[in-house]
Design a protein around this ligand. Structure first.
Ligand code: PEP
Length: 256
């Protein structure tokens, strides 16, 4: 299984800053095919990033993919402020982050909406990265696995073997943007559980589904986390905003 190292820039970087970043980052990952790399800029910078990436791919070999941070499930309609899968298709977007904890907590996204987005993304050839994870309160109550199971069962409801077209990101909410990552053992316990759950739900068709860890991943902790057998890559927020740090995380993964 090829691991996936994904960057979630959240609401950071203008078009100019995005192009500046790619100018530095792309040469560092030229001809690097051992892992899949994904970058998810804000919507306003997607078109420019897409053009820049296409131009780079005409000049050399890059295993870098473009991601969106969110998507609505309908193709078009009266959904003010939303972005459709057709709009992402037009920009050659390969991945979409779905159900990020910030979408769940700040924007009130519920599992059935997230499930609709997962279905729509797959239908339009965009690979969803379904984010799940417990809050600190839930961890302290000892219900982490129950919370994650519920989010996965509902988020992937009705998919069956199509789970092979999805990646999962386990992102403990208490570890996101806090500088406090889950220990490799804490993460591995949940990843192992997710692997057995998706194996059951997909009836064994989960060998292409990567289970990423997300939550304060940085060059300093990447190596110990990626050594865990059920961690198949990362979803990186803060540390991905610096092209050098993001590249360092990639090299840590390659060295293990
Ligand atoms: C994220 O928001 O997906 C994330 C993992 O953020 P950070 O790396 O900053 O914790």
């Amino acid at each position: 299984m090829k691991y996936l190292i994904a960057a979630n820039w959240k609401m950071h970087k203008t078009v100019a800053e995005t192009l500046e970043y790619l100018e530095i980052f792309l040469p560092s990952v030229k001809d690097l095919f051992a892992v899949d790399i994904m970058i998810a800029p804000p919507f306003t910078a997607l078109a420019s990033a897409s053009i820049k990436l296409d131009a780079a791919k005409k000049e050399g070999e890059y295993n870098v993919f473009l991601g969106a941070q969110n998507m609505f499930y309908a193709e078009k309609g009266a959904y003010t402020g939303e972005i459709s899968p057709l709009m992402l298709n037009e920009l050659n977007v390969d991945y979409v982050i779905v159900g990020h904890s910030e979408r769940r907590q700040i924007f009130g996204e519920k599992d059935n909406l997230i499930n609709n987005k997962v279905f729509s993304a797959i239908e339009h050839g965009i690979r969803p990265i379904l984010c799940v994870g417990e809050t600190l309160e839930e961890r302290e109550q000892g219900i982490t696995l129950k919370v994650v199971e519920n989010q996965i069962r509902k988020g992937l409801a009705g998919l069956g073997a199509d789970i092979q077209f999805v990646d999962i990101a386990y992102e403990p909410v208490w570890a996101i943007g806090t500088g406090k990552n889950a220990t490799p053992e804490q993460a591995e316990e949940v990843h192992r559980f997710i692997r057995s759950l998706i194996n059951e739900l997909s009836k064994g068709n989960d060998d292409k589904t990567r289970i990423l860890y997300g939550g304060s991943v940085k060059p300093e902790n990447a190596r110990d986390l990626i050594k865990q057998p059920n961690i198949n890559g990362f979803l990186v927020g803060s540390a991905s905003l610096d092209p050098k740090k993001f590249y360092q995380i990639i090299t840590e993964v390659l060295e293990v």
